[in-house]
Design a protein around this ligand. Structure first.
Ligand SMILES: [Zn+2]
Length: 135
């Protein structure tokens, strides 16, 4: 490839042609990058919410298994029901809260006292209240 600054009989690209190509690539990147990053963020939320659903399922299994049939807020109690510990793809950590009646599900509805809410430490990932939120 030969870059020339002024007219002539040489074959190759002019600096203007090169700049136009770079400009077109920059425009395409400006369009594609936000779409890509948005899709990446959305897939992280989907994976995180699937993990919260799994934790809620493990809570139900735990409650059915233990004497007294209560939920636990200690995630290490769920090891035998959960298998491997689910990890938030964005590095958040999970916690389980037992509602006192004032907690809200992800869809804004109140969680009745005694119900559980699975939370991710990353606020944009929301919470999951089994039986109230859709996964
Ligand atoms: Zn998360």
């Amino acid at each position: 490839m030969t870059v020339r600054l002024s007219g002539g009989k040489h074959s190759g690209f002019t600096i203007i042609e090169l700049l136009v190509v770079i400009l077109i690539l920059a425009i395409l990147m400006a369009i594609a990058l936000p779409l890509y990053l948005g899709a990446l963020g959305q897939s992280e939320v989907t994976t995180c919410r699937t993990n919260m659903y799994s934790i809620a399922q493990a809570e139900a299994a735990y409650r059915a298994r233990v004497p007294g049939h209560v939920y636990t807020t200690n995630l290490s109690d769920l090891k035998s029901d959960l298998g491997s510990n689910p990890a938030c793809p964005a590095g958040g950590t999970y916690s389980v809260t037992i509602s006192d009646g004032s907690e809200l599900a992800n869809n804004g509805l109140p969680v009745p006292a005694g119900g559980i809410i699975v939370k991710c430490s990353i606020p944009s990932h929301g919470v999951f209240a089994p039986g109230i939120d859709k996964n």
